[in-house]
Design a protein around this ligand. Structure first.
Ligand SMILES: *Cc1c(COP(=O)(O)O)cnc(C)c1O
Length: 412
């Protein structure tokens, strides 16, 4: 059965329901909760991840490499699942590198971007034999010194701070001053110097932004990224072998947002792949995605502890909140707070509804999971489920705040 409540969230469509309960990985949320023994929990559905990658592959050029950006969800079991689905991993710390290697990904398929890499992190990356996305001239200098000491030639790609900006990106990167990458106008000088260093130049990494729901804006940014790489390649000491053009594919979180059509993005990439076969014939084109691959596969489940009515407003007080799911509370980069898609997982078929706010146990008004939302009338014991919670949930939340136990993470 499909849920068809008139709630204005695209993510609510396409949920599976049995006996009035939300199904995750074919199991009733109440059963998952009972088996876990305590709430709150994050539940990750591997079948959804597999389906997502398959649908995307279907739409993308065959020659394109698809990377998973581990920072979206670094749970080892999730990373291990993706190891069998994607062509490579992008890591952003030595900790993520360890998870990537433990998942069985070949070092040649792992890249490491991120500003402010420590000497120790660079050393571990060099030792592991992965590709290092250099974010500054300092990093390049450190790598050259290490290479001389160790007698090796690290694989490097230059992260470029582009001279354009992805339109309507949820999180803007590029186009101005930024701590990410080396300014595009500075790259030719860096490339001319790279020849004398004991490093292997592999190519460029251009990441123009995140959480974009406009296929045309994504295509435009990818085209500008390729054009920039073509210009920069003129000064490169060797043919470009890797061109990572970022990602930025978003998922609908808020009322009124519509999911991206991967076929529109794929059509643009098909044109770019054809163009690169002429202009950068040795370059492997790569896109790197986090939330698009894992966001919709994750569910945050918490339990209603109390139901309070305060001056006419209904509050469902739960055992989960901001400390576990900062993004759903609206405090992870949102400018104007909007509701994530939230359902009462144990009352999916109930027609009696009301306007209620879902809050957590923290002593701050910021601890809000749903603000004045139309929801089925719920009571203590019911399970509240926050959808679209597979990315930037657990690992992007202040788990120590107020010293409640962390949520369990379960893979189904
Ligand atoms: C965070 C990040 C990503 C993943 O972003 P999503 O919005 O989760 O797809 C990809 N590339 C780089 C360089 C990043 O920093």
């Amino acid at each position: 059965m499909r849920h068809s409540a008139s709630l204005p969230h695209a993510a609510i469509d396409g949920l599976d329901i049995r006996d009035g309960q939300l199904l995750i990985g074919g199991r009733k949320v109440g059963d998952i909760h009972a088996a876990a023994g305590r709430s709150p929990l994050y539940v990750y559905d591997t079948a959804r991840m597999t389906r997502r990658v398959a649908e995307l592959r279907e739409a993308l050029p065959q020659s394109l490499h698809l990377h998973y950006a581990i920072k979206a969800n670094p749970l080892p079991a999730v990373v291990k699942h993706f190891a069998g689905l994607v062509d490579g991993f992008d890591v952003a710390s030595a900790g993520e590198l360890q998870v990537a290697l433990a998942a069985g990904m070949a070092p040649g398929r792992i890249s490491f971007a991120g500003p402010g890499k420590s000497e120790d992190e660079l050393f571990r990356a060099v030792r592991a034999g992965i590709t290092i996305h250099v974010e500054s001239e300092r990093e390049l200098g450190l790598l050259a010194a290490m290479a001389r000491r160790e007698g090796c030639r690290p694989a490097v790609a230059l992260r470029v701070n582009p001279d354009f900006q992805l339109k309507t990106a949820g999180m803007k990167m590029g186009g101005g001053a930024a701590p990410f990458g080396i300014d595009a106008e500075r790259i030719p000088a860096v490339l001319r110097g790279i020849n004398s260093l004991p490093v292997d130049f592999h190519g460029f990494h251009i990441f123009a932004g995140s959480q974009n729901l406009s296929a045309s804006a994504i295509c435009e940014a990818q085209e500008l990224s390729v054009a920039l790489a073509e210009r920069l390649a003129a000064d490169a000491p060797a043919p470009v072998r890797v061109l990572n053009i970022g990602g930025g594919l978003g998922i609908p979180y808020f009322p009124g947002e519509q999911p991206l059509d991967p076929r529109s993005v794929g059509a643009g990439l098909e044109r770019l792949a054809a163009r690169c076969r002429t202009t950068l014939p040795q370059a492997q084109l790569v896109i790197e995605l986090g939330r698009y691959l894992v966001g919709e596969a994750g569910f945050y489940v918490c339990q209603v502890v109390d139901r309070k009515v305060s001056r006419g407003r209904v509050f469902l007080v739960t055992d989960g909140g901001l400390h576990h799911h900062l993004a759903a509370s609206g405090n992870f980069g949102q400018v104007i707070r909007k509701n994530y898609p939230v359902v009462i997982g144990t009352r999916m078929a109930q027609s009696e509804i009301e306007v209620a706010s879902v809050v957590g146990p923290l002593c701050t008004p910021l601890d809000l999971l749903a603000d004045g939302m139309l929801l089925p009338v719920a009571a203590p014991g019911d399970l509240v489920v926050v959808l679209q919670s597979g990315a930037y949930g657990y690992s992007a939340s202040p788990l120590g705040f107020l010293s409640h136990p962390p949520p369990q993470q379960i893979v189904v």
